[in-house]
Design a protein around this ligand. Structure first.
Ligand code: AMP
Length: 113
C-alpha cells in the first residue's frame, strides 16, 4: 500500500499544509492532541530516524525553527518522535510531532483537496 504521507507530499491526498520547502513539509495532524499539532516530515521517504541522511535531520530542525517563528511559539512547543510500532509509530514515514498548548491564532493553512 502507498505511504499516506508520500501521497500527501505528491498532492494525491488532502492535507492542511502549513509550510513546505524543497526538503520538508508541515501539515496538520488529523487527530490533534493539542491546539497546535503539526507533523514535520521529510519529503524523501524514510521509515526510521536512524536510517536518514544526516543533512535531512538538520533540514527538519531548520523547518521547526521556521514554523516556531511563524507561529510565535518559539518558547512554547515540544517535539515527539515515535520510532517503530512498539514505540507507537503508526505511519511508517518518519515525522516529528510539533505540539503546543499555546495559541493557534497564527495557524493559517493551505487547504489541499
Ligand atoms: P505516529 O503514531 O507517530 O506514527 O503518528 C502518526 C500521526 O499521523 C497520528 O497522530 C495521526 O493522527 C496522523 N495522521 C494519520 N493520517 C493522517 C493524514 N492523512 N493526515 C494528517 N495526519 C494523519
Amino acid at each position: 500500500m502507498a505511504c499516506i504521507f508520500c501521497e500527501i507530499i505528491a498532492k494525491r491526498r488532502p492535507a492542511r499544509v502549513f509550510f513546505e520547502d524543497d526538503a520538508t513539509i508541515v501539515f496538520a495532524d488529523i487527530n490533534p492532541k493539542t491546539p497546535v499539532h503539526l507533523l514535520v516530515c521529510p519529503k524523501e521517504h524514510h521509515e526510521r530516524i536512524y536510517k536518514i541522511p544526516e543533512n535531512l535531520m538538520v533540514r527538519m530542525l531548520k523547518t521547526i525553527g521556521i514554523i516556531a517563528e511563524k507561529l510565535k511559539l518559539e518558547n512554547n512547543f515540544r517535539l515527539q518522535l515515535n520510532n517503530g510500532a512498539l514505540a507507537g509509530q503508526i505511519v511508517d514515514h518518519l515525522h516529528l510531532h510539533f505540539l503546543s498548548r499555546g495559541t493557534a491564532e497564527n495557524l493559517v493553512f493551505e487547504e489541499r483537496k
